[in-house]
Ligand binder design. Structure first.
Ligand code: EPU
Length: 430
């Protein structure tokens, strides 16, 4: 297992190109299952979750090919046939987003067998709403040997209300409903930019989807979808993570290829605590915008509550907690999306942070100096928060289990090194 060795104390300076969004790329790849024609995707981040999903698609019998481009990968997907409708436990347990094959497989081929994901490091994370929605669309759902077996001979449009807002749940049902007979209305749907990007791709494939980005999505089913070409949106969480990296080291970073309109809650919170961000007015020709993070004079502590989009994202909570260890005062951080997403707090405390966790609330008292230590990553965003702590700490930090970070950040140590960080990957074989 690889580790990161970080020597803290360097103010970061320079330019970072933000990669394509992992959480937009994953559903985009599975959307290609809805047609027998070729779908070409650009700006796909070079991260492990994408390789995992690609292996799953290949196992299903889908042809995929990858080409390097200046920005991310181009992936071509052609799902002419289905050899095997199974998403096995071994892949689903590595990556819960594998469940995104469920809706497309049932809609197009009438059968899917997907392992139930089980719990994970950040919470129970059931998929009951994906299944309830598919059932409402006319699929029959059965469970055996840890698998869900979904079958349908043609889905029918329906009205479905999400008791809890679910990002991948909304995406799965939107994809299934795209090929259903009649109109489907999804109420209390997720409004995340990644849902909007998926709807844009599906509409290019011939789907008729309205309202993505609002809590009511209306899908008029069509009998077939066709191939297309699509560039996925930039990763707003990677952008937010680098903003914190600049702020916590007292540095100055220009982040290229961002979409600031996807970052409103993050930008307003960072600005409130004292981080200065300059937005370039004109969007660049390549479809992004540069956001420049200027050195903060003094950081002040402010609490936050994670919320579904457009609220402050749970995927930035851990990074914000690290920032608050370097702010003056107390910050109460409330996590409302996942019940167990504070694993990083204990590791941060080992580095000198003063954090008390009670249930879904963490109180961070700052500013406390951080000192390098041996620590362990528990999940993707927690690992990012520990890297940030290592950059701000005095001395050396050794982070174990960085495979978590490789799931969703494209070569983070290379991007950080280029802007002056002292971070090295230590591989088992070294
Ligand atoms: N939930 C249910 N039943 C369901 C589905 C969800 O109770 O059937 C609950 C979950 O347990 C959770 C809440 O609803 O408490 C929200 O979960 P959601 O379904 O929205 O999460 P997800 O779709 O599994 C996506 C991202 C996560 C991100 C969350 C929240 C992808 C591939 N994953 O997960 O990203 O944290 O939305 O924004 O889009 C990450 O990138 O590190 C990551 C974990």
């Amino acid at each position: 297992m690889d580790k990161f060795l970080i020597t803290g104390g360097q103010a970061l300076e320079g330019r970072v190109v933000i990669s394509g969004a992992k959480n937009a790329a994953l559903p985009a790849l599975t959307a290609a299952l809805l047609t027998d024609e070729r779908v070409i995707l650009h700006n796909i981040p070079r991260v492990r979750d994408i390789s995992t999903l690609r292996s799953l698609l290949e196992d299903l019998g889908v042809d995929t090919s990858v080409t390097h481009e200046v920005h991310g990968n181009r992936i071509e997907i052609e799902a002419r046939q289905l050899l095997n409708p199974v998403a096995p436990y071994e892949l689903v347990k590595q990556m819960r987003a594998s469940v995104l094959v469920l809706g497309p497989l049932v809609a197009r081929f009438g059968h899917a067998r997907v392992s139930l994901p089980g719990g994970c490091a950040i919470g129970v994370r059931p998929v009951n709403l994906h299944l309830k929605g598919l059932e409402k669309l006319g699929a029959s759902i059965n469970f055996d040997h840890g698998y869900v077996d979904a079958r349908a001979s043609g889905l029918r449009g329906t009205d479905f209300y999400f008791d809890t807002i679910s990002v991948t749940g909304t995406e799965n049902l939107m994809m299934a409903a795209a090929l259903a007979d009649g109109v489907t209305t999804l109420e209390n749907a997720a409004r995340e930019p990644e849902v909007q990007d998926l709807a844009a791709l599906l509409n290019k494939m011939g789907a008729q989807i309205e309202g993505a980005g609002t809590s009511q999505i209306r899908i008029r089913g069509v009998s077939r979808l066709h191939g297309t070409e699509h560039t996925v949106i930039p990763d707003r969480i990677e952008a937010g993570t680098f903003m914190v990296a600049a702020a916590i080291t007292g540095g100055e970073l220009a982040l290229e290829r961002c979409h600031s309109e996807h970052l409103t809650a993050v930008l307003s919170k960072l600005e409130e605590v004292g981080v200065r961000v300059v937005r370039e007015t004109a969007a660049e020709a390549n479809g992004g915008q540069t956001l420049s993070v200027k050195p903060a004079n003094r950081l002040r502590a402010l609490g936050l509550t994670t919320q579904e989009y457009p609220g402050f994202p749970t995927d930035m909570q851990a990074q914000y907690m690290t920032l608050m260890t370097q702010a003056e005062g107390s910050a109460v951080i409330t996590e409302t999306i996942f019940e167990n997403r504070f694993m990083h707090a204990l590791e941060l405390a080992r580095m000198g942070a003063d954090i008390t966790v009670t249930g879904r609330r963490a109180v961070v008292r700052g500013k406390t100096p951080l000192s390098g230590a041996k620590i362990q990553a528990s999940d993707l965003r927690a690992s990012a928060s520990l890297v940030l702590a290592g950059l701000a700490a005095e001395g050396e930090t050794l982070i174990d289990r960085v495979y978590h970070i490789d799931r969703g950040y494209e070569r983070i140590e290379e991007k950080l090194t280029r802007v002056g960080a002292r971070i090295a990957r230590i591989s088992e074989s070294d």
